[in-house]
Ligand binder design. Structure first.
Ligand code: GUN
Length: 291
């Protein structure tokens, strides 16, 4: 029987695990606060940001919501970041990506105070992660580590293939898995658009993390029996339904499920974990600023 990894259940455990830290902060009169900045009218980005706000509300994290016209000069975003960096009652800052083309994404990431960088994308935080002493682990790969742990998957000595080399998922995932640390010590292969013989590599893997942004890229014939499959993809595919689209992962679920010993569904797998780990990082940021 293939285990369907329940991201909603593991995320609920992560959220309830925050209550002790929240209580300690409350004793010090600190309410963790996350500020989000959205410079886009993309419906998916709008949805993600509003979900982050409702998640915060559910666990008692305060929020501030900034929306900037995507046509506005980049300085408007930079000034907002400066203001949030200076605000003592804001502990976490999240600028929803992608930002418009006329905004320098690297400047955005550099500009956020690394102590408030709950995404973990600031170069200082990336460097710390690579060097093996992370401050904020990026939310999606951190959430995947938690999912693997909750599924009793042993990463030590495992052959893991990460499909995708994005700064948000693929690269930090590979870095975390290779660390000499809990849920690390794996042998990691990163595949990307220029990799030859991807299937040969995935067939040799104990765990495959698919984060390529291509609907149903990973099919059952690319897997060996008993492997663990983690699907990071959330692709909107147009359909004839009333909604007009459906969400499809990077994994061809039915064929992969036949081979896998455990697999994450889409939705209800990695997505809820990404959201839960953002709460975790925000509480951590608040704790470090008050301590
Ligand atoms: N856009 C897509 N994923 C993310 C994320 O994890 N953080 C931010 N800030 N933007 C995103």
């Amino acid at each position: 029987m293939t285990e369907i990894i329940d991201g909603n259940a593991v995320a609920a455990d992560v959220r309830s695990g925050l209550s002790d830290a929240m209580d300690t902060l409350a004793d010090e009169d600190v309410t963790p606060c996350l500020a989000t900045v959205l410079m886009s009218t993309d419906p998916a980005s709008e949805t993600y940001v509003s979900m982050k706000h409702s998640d915060c509300e559910e666990v008692g994290i305060a929020t501030r919501d900034y929306e900037i016209d995507p046509e506005a000069p980049a300085e408007e975003l930079y000034d907002t970041i400066d203001e949030l960096n200076a605000a003592d009652d804001v502990h976490g800052i999240l600028v929803q990506m992608p930002v418009p083309d006329h905004v320098d994404e690297r400047e955005v990431l550099r500009r956020i105070d690394p102590a408030k960088d709950v995404d973990g994308f600031h170069p200082e935080n990336v460097g710390r992660l690579v060097a093996g002493h992370p401050r904020f682990k990026p939310c999606t790969p951190h959430g995947i580590q938690k999912l693997l742990a909750a599924t009793d998957v042993e990463t030590e000595g495992a052959d893991v293939v990460v499909l995708g080399r994005s700064n948000i998922v693929g690269k930090p995932m590979a870095n975390l898995l290779v660390q000499k640390a809990e849920m690390g010590n794996a042998t990691v292969t990163v595949c990307h658009s220029r990799t030859e013989n991807v299937a040969e590599k995935t067939r040799a893997a104990d765990v495959v993390v698919a984060a390529v942004g291509v609907p149903e890229f990973l099919t059952g014939d690319m897997l060996s029996a008993g492997c663990v499959v983690i699907d990071v993809g959330i692709n909107r595919v147009e359909t004839d339904t009333e909604k007009g689209y459906e969400l499809v992962g990077d994994v061809a679920y039915e064929s992969a499920e036949e081979k896998a010993s455990a697999i994450t569904p889409v939705p209800g797998g990695v997505g809820p974990m990404t959201r839960a780990m953002l709460l975790w990082n925000t509480v951590k940021a608040a704790g470090e600023s008050s301590g």
